[in-house]
Write a protein that binds this ligand. Sequence first.
Ligand code: OVM
Length: 406
Amino acid sequence: MGIIEGHLEIDPPGGVPVWDVDPYDPEILVDPDSYYAELRAKGPFVYIPKYSILACGRHEETQEVFSDHERFVSSRGVGLQDFHLQKPWRPQSLVVEADPPYHSKTRKILMRALSPKATGALKERFQDAADRLIDTLLERGSFEAVAELAEAFPTSVFPAAVGLKKSNKRALIDYGAMVFNGLGPDNELRQKSMAMGPDIVPWIAEQCQRKNTKTDGFAATIFEAVDAGEITEEEGEMLVRSLLSAGVDTTVTGIGSALWCLASFPEQFEKLKEDPKLIRPAFEEVLRFTSPVHSFCRTANKDTSVAGVEIVKGTKILCVLGAANSDEQKWPNASKFDVSRKPMGHLAMGSGIHTCVGQTLARAEVGAVLTSIVKKVGQITLTGEAKWRPNNAIHALDKLPVAFKK
Ligand code: OVM
């Protein structure tokens, strides 16, 4: 057996349907619902010959693979490449691309930096920033919400929260897109992203250094762990890099998709306005309904089986989180966006030891924006076609023309 897309080529396991699909086809990436449905309908797993991978999209098995860090490791990469076989395009992440026991150490430090206490202290700042932005947009009336709201908000508060001395909105967003496109096959999306490397990667690496961070942000907490002897200076810089990798595009996408949901389902926006206590569960429903991270891989680190399917060591498994989050077996009326659903157990922020370490911060950012919109905006209308931006791991809007009315 050879190597394909940087990982071990496998035979289709017995009893597993072979599906000649390209999950990274831009047409699927921008409009994935029928692919999700077909993936679930075919069984717990399918074998995809184009990449010689298994893929799963039913909630039960996706959750099982995704959260069993002993059988299905992250240290071999959470994209198609197997780091045992190929050198990753950038030094591998010390947290998302790591396993215990090492992962426990780095995770603990990020948990400390991004603790509810640390993020809670930013609440007022986030709310002020959101209120100002929404006021400006209300005055404008019509605007393009991806650039002017979804990208504008996190890039106005997140770099300061990290403690970066310098910010570059475009570089931060493009770096995120690179990291997530980097998880896919060597397709045009990945190649175009990688081509931006020379312009962006050195800038990112530079901002991760202690001398370019202030003494009062998340980065400072990471460098305190360096001073306490828990990790080296280089490891500290790498953990700051993790914040910059995972902290921008994810929240940009969450905000854009939340607004898209409210604009597309005005009766649900009405419900939120009547009962602002639903803002939190509404964001969980946005996550379930839109799955900003649509898929991540794991690698089988031993021969094992799931749902009766024999999985050989070295198999790459594409865990299609978007499919699991729209599985009717788990979510009655899955295709309905319902702000009062309270979707416990969605996989949009993962599950198990790698569950989004920035989730409190993400909820605080999106919460501030939604609180402001619910308080100030009377009506949201789509004024043109919403367009999605294909990415190998993120399901995000590209353009969202909307109008706000008081
Ligand atoms: C990282 C990181 C964390 C979460 C997601 C992610 C692949 C990267 O540590 O760099 O995207």
